[in-house]
Design a protein around this ligand. Structure first.
Ligand code: SF4
Ligand code: SF4
Length: 93
């Protein structure tokens, strides 16, 4: 299980969630090169411990537990996963 970031992050992307995540599994942070390129942030499902701390920090309610992601934003689960798969692929290249 994991939490995932959904559409409302686009256009906000204030990184409030990255400051509170105890396992640093929300990226890109402002100090990472991908930050300017990405429209939103993503949660690494392999590292998320489902603590829920980030949920209340988000000013636009963009973060949901996997089973609570609204159906209209279901595709965002794949976008979160794809961001980290892309990073792995880049490392292997
Ligand atoms: S639920 Fe907890 S571990 Fe998962 S991204 Fe949010 S703050 Fe980090
Ligand atoms: S707190 Fe919400 S809007 Fe801000 S970066 Fe995190 S998910 Fe996006």
């Amino acid at each position: 299980m994991s939490h995932y970031i959904t559409e409302p992050c686009i256009g906000t992307k204030d990184t409030a969630c990255t400051d509170v995540c105890p396992v640093d599994c929300i990226h890109p942070r402002k100090d990472e090169p991908e930050y300017d390129r990405e429209k939103m942030l993503y949660i690494d499902r392999r590292a998320c411990i489902d603590c829920g701390i980030c949920v209340d920090e988000c000013p636009v309610r963009a973060i949901y537990r996997e089973e609570d992601v609204p159906a209209v934003w279901a595709r965002f689960v794949k976008l979160n996963v794809a961001f980290y798969e892309g990073q792995e692929a880049a490392k292997d290249a």
